[in-house]
Structures are given as C-alpha cells and as structure tokens.
Ligand binder design. Structure first.
Ligand code: CMC
Length: 390
C-alpha cells in the first residue's frame, strides 16, 4: 500500500535545497560555496574555511582576524563541565564521552538558545567551533589519566589543539609545522559534505526546533558508525589486523565474498564513483607527513600503500568503482601524528562541526523550512481484533 515514493537510503531523493556544498560524484568534484576543495586545501586555513561555510564568502584580512579572535575567546569550557568526564569509565570510547559532554553544552549556554535569533545562532556556532577541540582533547587526556590542558589563546586553532592533546603540565609541546598543516588539511577536507548521514541527522533533529548543541550531538552520534565517520578508525584497525603484505590477498578475497560481511574499510562511497577528491589530497598529505617523519619504510604504511595498489587493479573494485575514500588516508596521517585510533572519529567530528552548524543555520533561515517527517510503506499486519483471551 502506498502513495509514497520508496527510496531506502535516500539514493535519489533531495531532502532540501542547499547553497553550501556541491558534489559531482561521477567527475570527482567537490566545491564549498563554489570554491574547489583543492584550492581551499592549498590556500586557506581551516578557520578561513569555517568562515566561508558559515558566511558564504571568504573573509578579508580584517574579517578573518575578528573571526579568529571570536573563536579563540570561546575555547574554554565551563569549569563545571569537567565534572562530566569523571562520571565516565577511563576506557570509555571517546565518541561515547563526546555524545554526553557536547550534549550537555545546552545546559551551560542557555543564554543563546533562541534559534530564531541570528545573534544567538552565531554565538552558538562560534561556541561549538571553539569548544569541540577542547572537549576532544579532554576526552583523550581523560582516557590516559593525564590532567586536562587549558586552551591557550595566543595559539592558532590547530596548534592549540595539538598542544591540548600532547603537552602536559611538566612538558611543553613543540608543534612541527608540517604536522600542523596536515591536521589543518584533515579538518578542511572533513568540514562539509552536503547531505551525508550525520548532516541529514542534524537537519532532521533541528527541524523540530531543538537547540543547536542537541542537534550537533545527534550528528556526532550518527557519525560514530563504521559506515560513516567510524571508517577512519576501522581502516587503521583493519590494517593492523591484516598485519603483513603477504596477508592482503586473503582480505581482498574476504571483501569480495558475498557470504562474508567484511568490507575493505576506507574504500567505496555512496556518491563518488570516481576517485574521492579529498582522498587524492589526503594521499599527498600522507606522503608529506611520512617523509617528514621518515616513516616511509614503516610496515603499516607500506601495507596501506600495497593494499591500495592491489585493490585499484582488482576487477571487483574497479567494476564497482570502489576507490579509497578520505578516511583511508586520514587514519594513516593521524596515526603518524601520534593520535590513537579511537580518537580518529572525534577528530572527524571536530572538522565536521562547522558543516553541521552551517546546514542547521541554513535550514532555520529557510522560510520554507518544515519539520522533517518522512512517511513509510507499511508492511505489517492488516487490521485485526484482539481476541477475548481470559
Ligand atoms: N569493500 C568491499 N565491497 C564493497 C565495499 C567495500 N568497502 N563498499 C561497497 N562494496 C560493494 C557492496 O558489497 C556492493 O556490492 P553488490 O552490488 O555486489 O551488492 C556494492 O559494492 C555497492 O555497495 P553498497 O553498500 O550498496 O553502497 P553504498 O553506497 O550503500 O555504501 C559505503 C557506501 C561507503 C557505506 C560503502 O562503500 C562501505 O561500507 N565502505 C566501507 C566503509 C567506509 O569506508 N565508509 C566511509 C565513507 S567516506 C567518509 C564518510 O562518509 O564518513
């Protein structure tokens, strides 16, 4: 029965109109506000890209300075928020903690929750972009039993994050510019990707009028899955499991076997049926980082490159247009940066926060906005009467 179009997984339904990001999956093109991702990755910082996604134009020098200052001023979290961490087990997954702690932000910043006020929406956007890295670094410090490091306002966004991750009260952290640039690039490449599962989740949650902190938390929960943002962690774990170049054929065979649920993590994409342009850029960055750190002979990296080579020549992957995606390489880069694999998806969330909030803001500002309310094709029992049983 049904008057509705059935489109499982939304493979051919546009859920909204959007002016933020354009993807041509056949051609392997990705534009943020009209600008090619390759140029943005080459010429811009992550905060410039944040400004672009939120404001629709690249900032001039003054606008960038003001924006950077605004973000920097909001990097601290309320001191009460630190208590939330203590309620979690030390071995909790950082994404589980993220869902709890980011979700709690609306309890701290209720002065800015009028979603119809552009000023409130702006301050919430700034707070999220500023505080998510602080929370991500706190998740890591909590998991290793180290004291939290406060943000330092004189530092740039990525330097500040790496310092909160790697410095301790006893030892400062000296950031290597090649590694800082690599992380900046990871954030740029993950900043937005139109109506992916987590962004659609944020929009659906926001369509009911829920506050932005709650909506972004819904996005974080969705991102966690291994078919989405969890793929970078899963890809690295897969490489560790494969263990040696000689084992690759066994895993390729498993990935091809219809009766085996194993997939090559970090391969394939719903929209890209060509090389993911982000993967191309990430591959470049990956090589820069490996060269900088002298890791080209590292067995894990050799294994990754060999797996890529074999898969790209294999008839199964070629015919299904399964190319490495951004998460295949970002996992390797983050590993080289000394970031443990259970933190990878949280770093993806750090980059994607601006995309989620830009979509949320665009949706709330749209005069045609309605609550999201999909319909269904009912497949259950037809009407029947409850029998007299007693
Ligand atoms: N390894 C082996 N076979 C695969 C893979 C893979 N990674 N991906 C897709 N296939 C096969 C799949 O079995 C299917 O074969 P058949 O047509 O014979 O049934 C065909 O390719 C199409 O796959 P699908 O699952 O119908 O495609 P989809 O568009 O629903 O899924 C995907 C896209 C990304 C979920 C999927 O490719 C996948 O699970 N990849 C591994 C996880 C991953 O790397 N995800 C990150 C995506 S990029 C970043 C992000 O969005 O977060």
């Amino acid at each position: 029965t049904g008057m509705f179009t059935y489109d499982p997984g939304f493979t051919s339904t546009a859920s909204c109109r959007s002016a933020i990001t354009y993807i041509d999956g056949e051609a392997g093109v990705l534009l943020y506000r009209g600008y090619p991702i390759e140029q943005l990755a080459e010429k811009c910082s992550f905060l410039e890209v944040c400004y672009l996604l939120l404001e629709a134009e690249l900032p001039n020098a003054d606008e960038l300075k003001t924006f950077e200052k605004e973000v920097t001023t909001h990097t601290m979290v309320h001191d009460q928020l630190t208590n939330f961490f203590k309620g979690f087990r030390r071995d909790a997954h950082p994404m589980a903690i993220m869902v709890g702690v980011v979700g709690a932000l609306s309890a701290f910043y209720h002065d800015s929750l009028d979603i119809h006020s552009p000023k409130d929406r702006h301050i919430s956007a700034i707070r999220l972009i500023a505080k998510v890295p602080t929370i991500v670094a706190m998740c890591y410090k909590y998991s290793v039993g180290s004291p939290f490091m406060y943000p330092q306002n004189k530092l740039k966004y990525v330097d500040n994050f790496l310092r909160m991750m790697h410095a301790t009260p006893c030892a400062e952290y000296e950031p290597n510019p090649v590694l800082v640039r690599a992380l900046d690039r990871i954030l740029i490449l993950h900043a937005d990707h139109e109506q992916n599962a987590s962004t659609s989740t944020v929009r659906l949650a926001g369509s009911s009028g829920a506050n932005p902190f709650a909506c972004i938390t819904a996005g974080i929960a969705c991102l966690w899955g291994s078919a989405h943002g969890g793929a970078n962690e899963a890809a690295l774990n897969m490489l560790k499991e494969i263990g040696d170049v000689s084992q690759i054929p066994i895993y390729i065979a498993k990935a091809k076997d219809k009766n085996d649920s194993f997939r090559l993590m970090g391969f394939g994409h719903r929209v890209y049926k060509n090389y993911d342009p982000r993967a191309k850029l990430m591959r470049e960055t990956c090589h820069e980082v490996l060269t900088e750190l002298g890791l080209h002979d590292d067995p894990l990296f050799k294994l990754a490159l060999e797996l890529e080579r074999i898969a790209l020549e294999d008839e199964y992957f070629v015919s299904k247009k399964l190319y490495p995606n951004v998460d295949f390489y970002s996992g390797i880069v983050l590993h080289a940066l000394g970031i443990p694999s259970n933190m990878f998806t949280a770093i993806f969330a750090m980059g994607r926060t601006v995309g989620w909030i830009s979509h949320w803001d665009e949706m709330i500002s749209d005069p045609e906005q309605k609550i999201g309310r999909p319909r269904q094709l009912y497949t259950g029992a037809v009407r029947r009467d409850v029998p007299d049983r007693w």
